[in-house]
Design a protein around this ligand. Structure first.
Ligand code: AMP
Ligand code: ZN
Length: 597
């Protein structure tokens, strides 16, 4: 499941539309459908031969949780798709939508929870998420969960739709309640509608945090494709964040995994956007200084969707008499090293990466966590305890915990069973896929997505390492990887400590499995090096590039003897000449389209 890119201002939305036009090489805005962005939990439903066979949560976007039994208890979700007379049902279809709880039901549900002394939910979305993930589906059945279908993710070949709205109409015929939707022919129309909704949204029975815009034409959606895990053909237009005031009682500074020191506001607890907030970020030294934010001030705070709440500005009229300007520390509050602020950066850092306790702890927690090696039963609490007791000092030691099994069993909160389970999941984690391993290392700018792109290209850790050290240009030529990422990889790999770390992990038995990229079907461009030049009539260069890359071709900027094809549109210049000199195959637009199809 993909994410949605976000827009906040009118310019963001005009930009979204302009980019689509440029990509497709058209001047008119295409039809765009507007839907509410319902603040719930997304769900994927699979129907085979009309029967519900699977319900899965979004999870990390790649792997979700199978919650089919719970999903079957929702009244809005048909067990079987309805067939109207003369209609064909697809053999297989995947439906996406949002599980939500209305405001009224949420209030009532929390009141009931309070009455019996059960957990109070912070907001309707958390309540929906918690209810869906119950181990016992009879509990899910008692919760007031409702469902809006908002898309068909895929349909088997026996059925196809030309537009998104056609799909929504089909969903309605099959027995779903869809999100309300409306098509617009111009950006002005969308913006006018948005401005009306900013206030009107509070009259809806359910919470929404913005509107979603989607290109209606399915064929154009396909051509536009996706970029960085979001479709190019959709955007979420967010509503302005809610602001409230409260008192800033203190400012703490926290040291993160990469040594960045972040000031955190301690606030008099206050409710904003349906949750109680007592901490908020102050970003960095300049942010505080520019706004002249002082301890004791009454401040505006803001919270938008899932984003961490932030302090916006002080209310100067309410400033107490004795409120001192905040002086940002120059020493690490944890290890007392001098902090460093690099030119052009806003952040102060503790560069004592190897022995600053705050950083080591955060690195280990990240390494073993969900986005890293994903070791079950090893969370923040356990890591902190093991560090305190000297059972581990580095990530390598995690894999030696089995030597301390007896000592572990004696510890508070650790029974025979949980120690066995923990040691087993540590053993299992030793066989790790390359992308997961790379992501676990916590290299700045290298999250799971980037790690996957790298693994895709190089397959093994050894080959990747030599590419980073010897062929940085090759690494940078990967779509989605820029010079800053390459620089960050180089810095990491040149660090002497890195070799020590990798060797240490290998010694304790961590095996990084070679990565097999998902197979691209055989086609004339698979593995070929292609250069684009000149102007084509039916496709912009951006679109041609994306199409070629999805077929497993490498699109290069210059012609050499290694080039397999030069695609020459009208008015092609020096690249075409070079291709002819070198005897590289040249495709004109017609030949290129023919080969593509
Ligand atoms: P985000 O998590 O901010 O990237 O936004 C993507 C999420 O928006 C999806 O996973 C859905 O859960 C949610 N969403 C809510 N309403 C809609 C809608 N009408 N169309 C698409 N996504 C929606
Ligand atoms: Zn430090």
């Amino acid at each position: 499941m993909l994410s949605l890119s976000n827009g906040f201002s009118e310019d963001d939305i005009r930009d979204f539309s302009d980019k689509i036009c440029r990509f497709l090489g058209v001047s008119e805005t295409t039809e765009i459908v507007c839907e509410p962005k319902v603040d719930g939990v997304s769900l994927s439903l699979v129907y085979e031969d009309g029967k519900l066979v699977r319900g899965v949560t979004r999870g990390d976007g790649v792997t979700g949780e199978n919650i089919t039994e719970n999903v079957r208890t929702l009244r809005d979700i048909p067990m079987e798709l309805e067939v109207k007379k003369g209609e064909i049902l697809p053999q297989k279809v995947e439906i996406r939508g949002e599980v939500y709880i209305t405001r009224i039901n949420f209030e009532a549900m929390n009141a009931k929870q309070a009455e019996v002394g059960d957990k109070i939910f912070a907001n309707a979305r958390n309540a929906a998420a918690g209810s869906l993930r119950q181990l016992d589906s009879t509990i899910t059945a008692q919760r007031p969960l409702e469902f809006f279908a908002y898309a068909l993710a895929s349909v088997s070949d026996d059925l196809s739709f030309e537009t998104h709205t056609d799909e929504l109409h089909a969903l309605q015929r099959w027995g779903f309640v869809t999100v309300p939707f409306k098509a617009f022919g111009s950006v002005d129309g969308l913006l006018e509608n948005y401005n009306g909704m900013v206030e009107k949204r509070f009259e809806l029975p359910y919470a929404i945090d913005g509107l979603v815009y989607k290109v209606n034409d399915k064929n154009l959606q396909k051509r536009l494709g996706e970029v960085a895990r979001s479709p190019r053909w959709a955007i979420a237009h967010k509503f302005p964040a809610e602001q409230v005031t409260t008192v800033l009682e203190g400012i703490d500074v926290q040291v993160g995994r990469t040594g960045v020191v972040t000031p955190v506001a301690r606030l008099q607890p206050v409710e904003v956007g349906g949750v109680t907030v007592s901490n908020a970020t102050l970003h960095n030294e300049d942010y505080i200084a520019e706004r002249d934010i002082r301890v004791g001030d009454t401040v505006f705070i803001e919270r938008a969707g899932d984003v961490i709440p932030k302090v916006v500005k002080p209310v100067l009229e309410k400033r107490p008499e004795k409120a001192d300007i905040f002086s940002f520390p120059r020493e690490c509050p944890v290890c007392n090293s001098n902090l460093v602020r690099l030119e052009g950066e806003a952040a102060w850092r503790c560069v004592n990466h190897l022995s600053c306790r705050a950083q080591v702890e955060a690195q280990i927690i990240y390494f073993v966590g969900k986005h890293g090696m994903d070791i079950d039963g090893l969370g923040q609490k356990q890591v902190q305890k093991f560090l305190e007791d000297g059972l581990i000092k580095t990530v390598v030691d995690v894999f030696n915990l089995k030597d301390h099994a007896e000592q572990l069993k004696g510890q508070e909160g650790f029974g025979e069973k949980s120690v066995t389970n923990l040691l087993e999941s540590i053993e299992r984690a030793k066989q790790v896929e390359l992308p997961r391993f790379l992501a676990a290392l916590g290299i700045p700018l290298v999250g799971y997505e980037v790690a996957r792109l790298l693994a895709n290209r190089y397959g093994t850790l050894e080959i990747l390492q030599s590419a980073i050290l010897d062929k940085p240009d090759d690494v940078e030529s990967i779509d989605g990887i820029g010079s800053r990422i390459v620089e960050s990889l180089q810095v990491f790999w040149q660090e002497p400590h890195t070799q020590e770390l990798l060797k240490g992990l290998l010694t304790v038995g961590v095996t990084v499995m070679p990565y097999e990229a998902p197979q691209v079907a055989d086609n004339p461009f698979l593995g070929k090096i292609v250069v684009l030049t000149g102007t084509m009539e039916n496709m912009t260069r951006d679109e041609a590039k994306v199409r070629l890359q999805s077929l497993g071709a490498k699109v290069s900027g210059s012609v050499s003897s290694k080039t397999d094809y030069v695609v020459a549109g009208a008015a092609a210049g020096s690249k075409l000449k070079k291709a002819q000199e070198l005897g590289v195959a040249v495709l004109d637009e017609a030949a290129f389209l023919e080969k593509l199809s």
